[in-house]
Design a protein. Sequence first.
Length: 390
Amino acid sequence: MREPFPSRRAVLRSGAAAAALVLLEGCSSDAAPSDGTEPSSASASTSASAAASPAATSYAMPAESHPHTRTFMAWPALEEVWGDQLPAVRQDIANVAQAVARFEPVVLMARPDQSARAREQCGDSVEVIDLPVDDLWARDTGPTFVTGPGGLAGVDLNFNGWGNKQAHTEDSQVARNLLDRYGIRRIQAPITGEGGGIEVDGEGTLMATESSWVNENRNPGKSRDQIEAAFKELFGVRKVIWFAGVAGQDITDCHIDALARFAEPGVVVIHRPGPDTPPDIWSQASDQALEVLRGATDAMGRPLRIVDLTEPDLSGVPDPGKDFLATYLNYYVVNGAVIMPRFGDKASDDRAAGILADLHPGREIVPVSINAIAAGGGGIHCSTQQQPVP
């Protein structure tokens, strides 16, 4: 058991937040991002601790399929989060790191007193650096990288433990510390959230769930319009497609990277429940997202092609638990490959691999078993963060 902290797919144990599913029409905006004056090269090379104002930037977030310089990951540190599952979770992280390292450099952050163990478990193909972390979710705790005329920068989204649901003393500083270490310009966001809460196509369109952003636990007093304006300025997008999501039922408040992803501009792959799955709030969220996508266009004015990615059959998984993140959607696109979860049901795993191969032609499909990570409510995408080539 991972008490007293909820897992990433746990019903909140405090009882303070009741289930909330608000079905909304899709909302988008075509306003152009602001074009600020690019700072001088001297300013751009300033220490990462001196955060840039978003208004002074002209950066954009590339699609995940854009070439990567490296992938960042993190070594889970806290027994009070994972309990007796910590060894299995660490082995899953080592397996994911080794799979990614076949295609691009991997840098794994670990507490100094745990880095030797991480090096031993991950092997020589993975670079381990001493950098304090609390947990493994590098997608959310690390910087979200953007590129522009000034080169590379990292957006610090002010990680607050998904609305103060989990200990984050070290994780709240990961973005700042990592950018400082690599001498990369830091942009401090005027909003609070996580990298797993946004999905971009690299051509001006961003998808997000309202439940994980327009939420008092992250952005008290801020409207959806204000958050959308920040997205446009921070990530160089022109249009935001909003989904309702689900608030108060998992630690992320329904991140977009477990609901809908861009396979390429104009093509969205969406998580769908299995044919025998009883209706619940998660299937309702998927239905609502599907309805929004059917009526949406992207920043280029294109209607969206929608591809279903059906959840796995977990009948062969021993005691997966109620928090298990049973989705193939939390895959990760790397240089030349797609690293996808394998849950153990061959028919489901093979079907998902075939769909991902069709969606990502020319990339090798690499399945990795991650049932320990999934039991904590996360996946491969949640545990990785790409640094794009500028």
